[in-house]
Design a protein around this ligand. Sequence first.
Ligand code: ADP
Ligand code: TMP
Ligand code: ASP
Length: 243
Amino acid sequence: MASDLNRVTRGEAIHEGKAKIIYATSASDLLIQHFKDDATAFNGKKKGTIANKGICNNAISSHIFSLLEKEGIKTHFVEKSGERDMLVKKLEIIPVEVVMRNVIAGSLAKRMGVEEGGKLAFPILEYYYKDDALGDPMINRFHIRAFNLATDKEMERIEREAFRINEWLVAFFDKIGTTLVDYKLEFGRGPEGVLLADEISPDGCRLWDKQSGEKMDKDRFRRDLGNIPEAYDEIRRRILGAG
Ligand code: ADP
Ligand code: TMP
Ligand code: ASP
């Protein structure tokens, strides 16, 4: 209800992460995700800032989350409450990073000893334990069960949702001249069950121009490719232009 949301005010910072600050709000069940320009890679070993990244990532994520909601995917998104602020439902984040891959790149290319760019016959879903100190190691469903990171029921839902999200996102990016190579999703549990959380932006996705193959995501920062703010801005322009 817009009138209630208008009265939600920003409280104390409760977590400062690598790319965002999470604020409490006057509503106990809502948080504000504040998007910074700070960028890190290789588990924080490389640090920098990307001009206006926070503004781009908030605009991109807010737009994608609202479109996913229309597709019946339940997310933490409530509204874009400022240029860098997203009002979200407060969740307990499940410490499992869900990586979906459509094209061979990054650590998959390294692990399998192949070149980047090969299309996969079907998407690959991988899990990583969300723990910065350990460098987010890869895990599987057995680790998740044995270490009680999530229940089997939660994981079945996450897996189903991840494939639904992937099908929609691949088609969406394709329509705007962009290949969705791979990306990371996070989910959290709350009163409404398991919801898609965090962000979907060029920080956590590999996005290649369909024609030229040019990288338009955080790999430009990781690999010192230059024109980084321009790439984020171009992705924002394509996404917001997509309606
Ligand atoms: P990190 O903590 O990995 O450095 P960020 O800078 O992106 O990452 O900080 C945002 C933090 O907020 C992440 O740890 C993410 O899991 C968490 N988060 C995202 N959405 C929610 C939510 N709806 N409720 C609670 N925490 C969330
Ligand atoms: P990877 O090839 O390095 O494993 O990354 C796969 C995708 O997941 C890539 O789009 C970047 C994203 N990702 C994150 O956003 N955060 C992470 O901590 C990791 C490991 C990957
Ligand atoms: N998100 C991780 C980091 O900030 C890994 C990466 O994106 O390269 O270090």
